[in-house]
Design a protein around this ligand. Structure first.
Ligand code: NAP
Length: 282
């Protein structure tokens, strides 16, 4: 079998077009504030891409750059201002933060209604309970790609590799809410290959280049590769050995061009929805 490629770039472009059309019809401009501390090159690229995409879709988007030496108290003060600002619908603090700032403290300071990353414990807790929540952007993108694949989720066996708070755990919660039978795998799991082979859906989010091999994949399975690994040659690789797995899968994403663009599109969706909940549907 040769897998159908799930084109995250094209799907994300369609989503961004839909979001722009919705914003154009609103009587207000939804506001997104992105806070970045210091000069981590990867974070600077991510933040620039988010601001650009948000501005292009019609959001009032602004990046608030703070020096590396910013104190935790000063950052919490800025978050309090943004929480109180009626024009700000979504607040995103780019991670990682410098070591002297407690990231969890900062995440918990964001108004859960403006927490468009979906990292606040109230949103994470609601998601874990199967209640309405702001869903983290990458997991939301993964679910959209699965919908695009047309794979039935109810009753399907799903293997999720990685249990981080930002990807693996929320993906497992979303799949469970969609009635899949989920196996959540991590660095202490035994025989990950066999667990994957039994699965009709495989989500890889471990951060290990090309760890998932072709013979781990059942014929016709849907494979979503969240991993982004930059090799010594500067090339980006996913967590999935693409050619081997595509030879067996029914549908598969690529890196780049799969989950990555979906993450930004879902951030915009989260921000639009947060604005509509606060200010009305328009
Ligand atoms: P993370 O916080 O480092 O978590 C990695 C998870 O993988 C952990 O649960 C870890 O297990 C597990 N793991 C590590 N090595 C393993 C192994 N050999 N076998 C089985 N499990 C193993 O990473 P993350 O933030 O979830 O990100 C995962 C990947 O997705 C990274 O490549 C990241 O760059 C990428 N990512 C992409 C996007 C996007 O927009 N496309 C967004 C976010 C992340 P333990 O819990 O036991 O340590």
């Amino acid at each position: 079998m040769t897998a159908r490629i799930l084109d995250g770039k094209a799907l994300a472009e369609r989503m961004r077009g839909d979001i722009a059309a919705k914003i154009a019809a609103l009587p207000y401009r939804p506001g997104l504030a992105v806070v970045i501390i210091g000069h981590d090159p990867a974070s600077e690229v991510y933040v620039r891409n988010k601001e650009r995409a948000a501005a292009a879709a019609g959001f009032a988007a602004r990046t608030l750059p703070l020096p590396e030496t910013t104190s935790e108290a000063a950052l919490l003060g800025l978050i309090a201002e943004l929480n109180a600002d009626p024009a700000t619908d979504g607040i995103l603090v780019q991670l990682p933060l410098p070591a002297h700032i407690r990231a969890q403290r900062v995440i918990e300071a964001i108004d859960p209604a403006k927490d468009v990353d979906g990292f606040h414990p109230l949103n994470a807790g609601h998601l874990a309970l199967g209640l309405p929540a702001i869903v983290p952007c990458t997991p939301r993108g993964v679910m959209r790609l699965l919908a695009e694949a047309g794979a039935p989720l109810a009753g399907a066996r799903a293997a999720v590799l990685g249990r981080s708070a930002i990807v693996g755990r929320p993906v497992a919660a979303l799949l469970t809410a969609a009635d899949a039978t989920v196996t959540l795998l991590h660095s202490r799991s035994r025989d990950i290959a066999a667990e994957c082979r039994r699965a009709e859906i495989v989500i890889a989010a471990v951060g290990r280049a090309e760890m998932v091999r072709g013979d781990w994949i059942a014929e016709g399975a849907v494979v979503i590769d969240v991993g982004i690994n930059r090799g010594a040659d500067g090339k980006l690789r996913g967590d999935v050995a693409f050619a081997e797995c595509a030879a067996r899968a029914g549908a598969i994403t690529k890196v780049p061009g799969g989950v990555g663009p979906m993450t930004i599109a879902c951030l915009l969706e989260n921000t639009l929805e947060a604005a509509q909940r606060r200010r009305g549907p328009g």
